[in-house]
Design a protein around this ligand. Sequence first.
Ligand code: PLP
Length: 404
Amino acid sequence: MSSSPAHTDARPDDRDIREELGLRPIVNVSGTMTALGASIMVPEAIAAMAAIAPEFVEIDQLQRAASRVIARLTGGEAGFVTASCASGIAVAIAGAMTRDNLLAIERLPDATGLNSEVLLQVGHMVSYGAPVEQSVRLAGGTVVPVGTVSSSYGYQLEEAITDRTSSALYVVSHHTVQYGMIGLDEFCEVCHARGIPVIVDAASEYDLKGFLARGADIVLYSGHKFLGGPTTGIVAGRKDLVRAAYLQNRGIGRGMKVGKESVAGVMAALEAWERRDHAGIRERERAALQLWEGALSRIPGIVAEIVPDPTDNPLDRLVVQVLPESGFTATSLAAALAAGDPPVIVRDHEKERGHFYLDPCNLHPGEAEIVAARLETTLKASNTARFQEAGRSSAREKILSWPD
Ligand SMILES: *Cc1c(COP(=O)(O)O)cnc(C)c1O
């Protein structure tokens, strides 16, 4: 079976470039995070990027070849590669507004005269590091909120459609409200009855075919998440809408451009995905989870449990509840792990609720054992090393002082 990003030693020699760059050698158990460098790139992608780097190519032809690979893997009619999933949202929304009007494409984000309303459930207005609505506004679109933060109904979607509606955006993510929302099937049904295309943000989903199969007109993925490709966005679906989105490279998409190396890299990652030993990876991930669960079971004040992914990706995580007897809070334990040697970065977006997660999907060989050892030594040191609670405001101060 072919190699995979998880657990394969993608470091060809002993060189760790991070040392040369003065960067901390972090161990990533938080998942696929832009702020940590996304994922371990598969060797096939790295090789393709190196091979195309010195060559001249006709980019439209290269993107035609990418379209064929994307169509095969997603079941869509066509596809192309852009800079990121966030850019994919912007160019797909823009394409639904301009269609193939080249002058309108050059005029965006001034949407004068275009249908520019975009429907979005309130419970889908998430941030993935930037607010999803901003990708709509960047395209000149106006978000029309549907429903409330805790419930949305089909009639609310239907009655929000006007003669200025250009598309409807649907977000698939653990960040969205996970109950009370309109499901994709009903969402597509209501929109299609009025001729409104549905654009699905599936940035971090394994399932490359399901959303188009269920009715989405466009689906968007990140190339650098589960696929283990370079930083890219994949746009796939109905040919006329994919073409209209591609044409935005002559407009707002120019600032979201990808080079030949990124297109070739993500094509190779997609082909590697077809050959990947998905079951073998799952088994190695489970071994890591069990190792950590075992290590934590001996520690008072820590309760750990293996839980499935909230959007049904074939990926489990370990949820670690941190009780006062441990001498830590979830926040201070995460901070202690991140401050240690080597730094271990956990998945801590729910730390205020007293827990964090350990995600096994981005490990190099030997790192699962390092994480287990760091958990044990950090928790044993709880009485001597107290960590400051770092609140949300300190994160703001930290970024505002960049690059100092
Ligand atoms: C990660 C993510 C994005 C952003 O993807 P990029 O490719 O990093 O721009 C958008 N939507 C969701 C649901 C995500 O998880």
